[in-house]
Design a protein around this ligand. Structure first.
Ligand code: 4NP
Length: 158
């Protein structure tokens, strides 16, 4: 059976989307669903390409038992729109940027915003924690745990 390929996208691919990738994989593994899903992440910009995730983000995630090993890469419109079934931006700006990279209806339908899948937190987008403090990173993880759970529930219902 073909796997469902999921790509999480933020601006730099060092804070929000690598965390989403890690949390989603953690959830998938905890339910033994590894044979059904492939998860990756990318950034709109390539400024941090080749770098590990932000050390503050990794430290906050580690406190919750997540090890973020993802290396930053830039979104590739030529290959990623074809390869992934779901392309999920962390905020509205990420979604707008992704939409501006294609005119194909088939690809536009794949683009979503992460907070669409939240069940507990009602928020319009996952806020960028890069220039903020402690609470910002914790809030990102709260939102992502909620959204990943909502997303997997939705996928498993079909
Ligand atoms: P992210 O956070 O999009 O969640 O990875 C950011 C990381 C780096 C930058 C912006 C946001 N930056 O401008 O370098």
């Amino acid at each position: 059976m073909k796997k469902t390929n999921i790509l999480f996208v933020c601006l730099g691919n060092i804070c929000r989307s690598p965390s989403a990738e890690t949390i989603m994989n953690h959830l998938i593994e905890s339910k033994g669903l590894q044979n059904k899903y492939y998860v990756d992440s990318a950034g709109i910009i390539g400024f941090h390409a080749g770098e590990p995730a932000d050390s503050r983000m990794r430290a906050h995630a580690a406190k919750r038992g997540y090890t973020i090993t993802s290396i930053s890469r830039q979104f590739n419109p030529t290959t990623d729109f074809k390869k992934f079934d779901l392309i999920i931006g962390m905020d509205r700006k990420n979604v707008k940027d992704l939409q501006s990279l294609t005119i194909e209806e088939e690809f536009l339908h794949k683009i979503h915003v992460m907070t669409e899948f939240n069940k507990i937190f009602k928020e319009e987008g996952v806020p960028d924690p890069y220039y903020g403090g402690y609470e910002g990173f914790e809030y990102v993880l709260d939102l992502l745990e909620d959204a990943c759970s909502g997303l997997l529930t939705e996928l498993e219902e079909f």
